[in-house]
Design a binder for this molecule. Sequence first.
Ligand code: PEP
Ligand code: MG
Length: 758
Amino acid sequence: MREIAGSPRILLKRLREIMAEALEPQERLDRIVREIAANMVAEVCSLYVLRADAVLELYATEGLNPGSVHLAQLRLGQGLVGTIAASARPLNLSDARHHPAFTYLPETGEEIYNSFLGVPVLRAGRTLGVLVVQNKTNRHYGDDEAEALETTAMVIAEMIATGDLRRLTRPGMELDLSRPVSLTGAAFNDGVGLGHVVLHEPRIVVTELFNEDVDQELRRLETALGSLRLSIDDMLSRREIAFEGEHRAVLEAYRMFAHDRGWVRRLEEAIRNGLTAEAAVEKVQSDMRARMLHMTDPYLRERMNDFDDLAYRLLRQLMGRGPEEIAAALPKDAIIVARSMGAAELLDYPRGKLRGLVLEEGAVTSHVVIVGKAMGIPVVGQAKGAVSMAENGDALIVDGDDGKVHLRPQPDVEAAYAEKVRFRAKKQQLYRELRDRPSVSKDGIAVELMMNAGLAVDLPQLSEAGAAGIGLFRSELQFMVAATFPRAQEQEKLYREVIEAAGSKPVTFRTIDIGGDKVLPYFRGAEKEENPALGWRAIRLTLDRPGLLRTQFRALLKAAAGRELRVMLPMVTEIGEITKARGLIEREVRQLARFGYALPTSLKLGAMIEVPSLLFQLPELMRAVDFVSIGSNDLFQFMTATDRGNGLLAGRFDPLSVPFLRVLKSVLDAGREAGKPVTLCGELASRPISAMALVGLGFRAISMSPAAIGPVKAMLADLPVGELEGLMIQLLKESAVDMDVPARLRAFADEFDISCET
Ligand code: PEP
Ligand code: MG
């Protein structure tokens, strides 16, 4: 090692003393740069801090012209300092002036310095500034010196992150860390939430940076690594929802990393340089993340995320922070920000404190998104960068209508959203007032407004929204958020809970609709399918695995003892499927009767109309069932050959079109002829304008998401059904099938002053 380099340990010790002193931030910075320069025998040490306007401002210097502090500036990417900040990589040059990126700032007087070592000031992979040392001679800085400077930079990063330097900023030149950021992701669940960031894997603020005793710190690291490895093994051996399928693969990766020698060696090195074990974890992680930022390989980036999670876990081990403490510290307006998370993990947060969920990943069909919907919180997914941009406690707005996330919003943005939220709250109040009123049209026609549900967390909505019952209970959701097939008793328990919550209101249970995009990680029934939406799913699958269906039937029959049981079958394609299912459920009835179980007072078996083939055998279908319910989501996707989850096609075709309305009408007619009730339970029922069209067509019972009941009820109260029926007949008769039906309906709503807002 070069003689001229002071020991990093001595430097860190000096820095600790400076940090402990009661100093003004500028004075503290000045002392720090002076100390670094002296320790590294450098003529210059300067700190540049990144501002929100992407300019690096000289915040402190030893050696350069002191008058240039807070005046000298470089753009991100400009000069050596800007290059370091943009690339998040150090530059170590013995002849800096001949480097192509060298930019000379005359006010600093730095033209006389030849050698240059600069490192990024990093926190959680984000660049907050650049720390530089310079010498006149063509000096070669050693790797150990670069390492020491990086460690020092970490101390400064903490100073910046904890807000120490904010007092040195001028208006309009705020630090990058407090910059407002807007991200656009995917809207997964409607609603707007204003609140404060809660990182699901909290970025722990390491307060103790410097160690007193290297050996003790190395032992602490070893113990924590040991417990970390044990906890991973433990998770792998348990079979919990959050740890199945993909999560399992992630855990396997964790296990590998937790034994990674390179990682452990870097951690130990940082401790030997004077950091505490916690600070070492943060430093190594930050360096690694910054280096990986420029990698485009999605696999490697994904692995980096795993590594991040692992580092957080290790930090928690070191700091002894358990989930209970984290929950207790939750603000009352928490917006959870996570890369991804398991459904069960979201359920761990108290609903009363949640205002929203932001995910860097996720899809509409992710379990956590399903649970978020059931909890009724706004959800935005695919918000890339959210985790590294956010700090715990930052103000945040999640706009689940538009898929936008506003981090540290400007006052005008915040005011606009606060207004939106107030407006919604006012409307919610209006809907609450409607809650106990009968749902009848202006001209006195009663329409039953039912809600769709699928989990126990949905049930309070029955009375909150004022639903007439549950028109669609998606029983597969219980299967989707479980780690293994829910046992018969667990199914029965949930069904009983649902029936009890509904009281005298009817509930229609749908048999499990798995397959397609609803995959159960623990069910390896099918090979990967080319077209899962058209594949082995729903009734097709359960008829092939009759054990599944029989268990579910038995659980339903037992849970509904003494009352009417309504069951419907998803994705029916031909009548034979209904006949087979009826055979199975009747067999269960006989079995239960033989063993003396109490039975439902009556059994109604229905079919969902989702596959177009049923439309051409309506009279036969009606004879085979007690009722039908149109699953307009699937029926529309199959009629128009458009994948319902494909964003490129979203909104391209409208179900409010002559052909689709004709289909709906034909089902209603066939039902009326056969004396069988026809309802509809797809998303079509959830928008007031389309719900209006359904009522105009003749539907007298529809099922929708709970949040839609208020708006649809308000629409109904204004609606003269008689007038609308006239218009609908006219629309369906007209030969121009490319007519703009939605425009006609809107004109009708305007004419009669019908509230059709969502
Ligand atoms: C439908 O397809 O319209 C329906 C209600 O079922 P799901 O949305 O669960 O497929
Ligand atoms: Mg469906």
